[in-house]
Design a protein around this ligand. Structure first.
Ligand code: UT7
Length: 329
């Protein structure tokens, strides 16, 4: 039976570092509060005029293709998990394919907020398992700075910009994506969202004046749902597949808050050295967190390692993916 395996990873973090100190001069906050409540010390921002999220995706993908030794023309599909696409339409997938020269590919953007990457990865795996496609680029990327209100201390301290990607290819070996559980609950949609700019409230003078083109988050409510949702689904996928903590090499958790990550790890009895973490230096890059983790930990991963990828985000959307790592770096 054909399985979908990750055969290469790429990532890109913009140069500009926004520190807690700098934020303390912008809003009423401080380094100690941010570190204690979230675990974040700094985050990266994409600066400059007319630069959309694709500006970060392109170098991430190009670096990945180079590592794998293939050309963009060989790519069949590009699926982009993002909530900060270059445009409402066309899709960022279209923009990326043009910029990298993936002239034989098609694709689409997938909107699932912080779960965007695991939704996209699971979706892509099905196109591989059917035998229909051989090379799919799955991207998780967000330019959160384009929708963050830097006068709102409850949100501006959390988010950062970044892009990560993986290449999915078919394999007959006992590696690759083994299972996924994805969930959604639309009753949570107004606890973490951007009120304006969609068809409910198209942009006008009032929506801009009322600052409705920015992320609004009811932090405490999201926190409660996230702790339960991410821990439950992680435990569920492990139980379903008879996996215990000793079978797992790495937990790859969405980086929203260090406390949510710790609660998830504790629930499935995983010790700290098995948890991938970049929240300290990257903050919450929304769909970018998980592929960026894979990118920065790639050299420590061994063929056959069991990884659990888990996320929770706006929508609400959440889920877990179980995969066996397919190569030694
Ligand atoms: O990634 C997608 C999903 N998102 C998440 O998972 C995020 C989930 N939520 C969280 O991570 C946390 O709720 C936050 C980090 C956003 C906030 O932490 P909290 O521990 O839930 O704080 P809180 O909102 O309950 O606020 C506690 C206090 C309040 O003051 P009072 O009312 O107790 O006087 C806030 O006004 O902290 C205040 N506060 C701040 N103080 C300093 C809120 N933001 C800040 C700030 N600096 N940046």
């Amino acid at each position: 039976m054909i399985k979908a395996a990750i055969t290469a990873v790429g990532g890109y973090l913009p140069e500009y570092v926004l520190t807690n100190q700098e934020l303390s001069a912008m809003v009423d906050t401080n380094d100690e509060w941010i570190i204690t409540r979230t675990g974040i010390k700094e985050r990266r921002l994409l600066k400059g005029e007319n630069k959309g999220v694709s500006e970060m995706c392109v170098p991430a993908i190009e670096q990945m293709l180079k590592k794998r030794g293939i050309t963009a023309k060989e790519i069949d599909m590009v699926i982009v998990g993002t909530v900060t696409g270059d445009y409402v339409f066309p899709s960022t997938s279209n923009v990326i394919c043009d910029k990298i020269g993936a002239t034989n590919a098609w694709g689409f953007d997938l909107s699932a907020a912080c779960s965007g990457f695991i939704y996209a990865l699971s979706t892509a795996s099905q196109f591989i398992e059917t035998g229909k496609y051989k090379k799919i680029v799955v991207v998780g990327a967000d330019k959160m700075s384009s929708i963050i209100d830097y006068t709102d201390r409850a949100t501006c301290i959390i988010f950062g910009d970044g892009a990560g990607c993986v290449l999915l290819e078919p394999t007959n070996e006992d590696v690759g994506i083994k299972d996924f559980i994805l969930k959604a609950d639309g009753t949570g949609r107004n606890h973490l969202y951007m009120p304006a700019g969609g068809s409910v409230m198209p942009s006008d003078e009032k929506s801009v004046k009322d600052r409705l083109h920015f992320v609004k988050q009811d932090g405490q409510t999201v926190f409660k749902f996230a702790v339960k949702g991410m821990a439950d689904v992680t435990a569920e996928i492990m139980a379903k597949n008879n996996l215990t903590h000793s079978d797992i090499a790495w937990l790859v958790p969405h980086q929203a808050n260090k406390r949510i990550i710790s609660a998830t790890a504790q629930r499935v009895n995983l010790s700290e050295e098995k948890i991938m973490m970049n929240i300290e230096t990257c903050g919450n890059t929304t769909a970018g967190t998980i592929p960026l983790l894979l990118w920065s930990y790639e050299n420590r991963l061994k063929k056959g390692d069991n990884l659990i990828l888990s996320a929770f985000g706006g929508g609400f959307t959440w889920g877990s993916v179980w995969l066996k790592w397919a190569y030694n770096a």
